[in-house]
Design a protein around this ligand. Sequence first.
Ligand code: ADP
Length: 320
Amino acid sequence: MIKKIGVLTSGGDAPGMNAAIRGIVITGIKLGIEIFGIKDGFLGLYKNKIKKLNRIIVSDIINKGGTFLGSSRFPEFKEKKNRYIAVKNLKKKNIDSLIVIGGDGSYIGAQKLNEMGISCISIPSTIDNDVSGTDYTIGYYTALETIVKSIDKIRDTSASHKRISLVEIMGRNCGDLTLLSSIAGGCEFLVIPENKISKEQLLIEILKKIKNGKKHYIIVITENLYDIKSLAKYIEKKTNKETRATILGHVQRGGTPVVYDRVLASRMGSYAIEILKKGFSGRCIGIKNEKIVHNSIKKSLNCIKKNSTHYWLNLSKKLF
Ligand code: ADP
C-alpha cells in the first residue's frame, strides 16, 4: 500500500508542469497519500531538497508557466554513485515511489531509479513534443500559441518592408513545433530536421517564390540546422532582397499554459497516482487518440517517436 510519493520536474521546463504537480497533489491527498515535492529535479533529489506538499501550496499555480518546484540539468545523475545518494535520501523519508515530469532525458533518469528499487512513473512534459509513447507532451500547445503569435507580429513588419524573414524555432531534433506553426502562421516555407535541405536548395525554393510574384516571405526553421544569421546574409546576397533572421529563443518556453496543456497535465498527474496505486512502476504516461495510456519507459526510450510528421509535412507543402 503506497503511503508516500515524491514528485519532481526535470530538464527543460514547460508550461503546464505546475498543473501536473497540482493534479498529483490533489489526487494523492484525496486517496490518503502524502506527496513530497523535490526541488530542482534530480539535483534536488541528490541534495535532499525534499518537502511535503499540501493543497495550499499548489493553490494558484495552475495558470503559471514554468515549474514552481524548479528544474535543472544535472548530468552527474548518470553516475550510479550519485543516484545511490538520491535513492538513500528517498528511503530515509520512506518514499519509495516517484513521479518524474520531463522529457526523454528525464525518462532515462526515472528508468534508472526504477531499476534501483524506486517505483517510477514518468509524465511527458517538454515544448518539443519529442517523446515517444504519446501524441502530445505537456507544454507543446502553449509553445505553439507563443510561436504563432510571434510569427503574426513578424508578418506585419515583413509585409511592410517586403522582406524575407527567417524564424528559428525550438524543437531540438523534432520538427513538430516548426511544422504546426508554419501551418497556423501561414508561412511560405519550412525546414525541419526530418526533412533537412542545404542552404542552396533553400535558395532555389525562395527564388521559385520570387518568380511567382510573392513580395515577402516567412520561412520557419528548426534550431541547430543552420547558422541562421549567416543564412540570412547568404539569401540576401543571392536574392537581392532584404532578409532578416529572428531567433525566438526562450520566449517559446514561458507563458501561461493554454487550456489544452492544463487539462492534459491534470489528467496525466491524476492518472500517475492512479496507476502507482494499482502497483505499476517503470511506466510512462501518454495520450493516444485522446485517451490517457501508459507504456513501459524502457520500451518508449528504445523506440523512435512515431508521429504524424509526414501528414503535416504534406499538408504544409499544399499550403505554401
Ligand atoms: P529532458 O528531460 O527535457 O529531455 P535532459 O535531456 O537535459 O532534459 O535530461 C534531464 C535530466 O535527466 C538530466 O539533467 C539528468 O539529470 C537526467 N538524465 C539524463 N540522461 C540520463 C542518464 N543517461 N542517466 C541518468 N540520468 C539522466
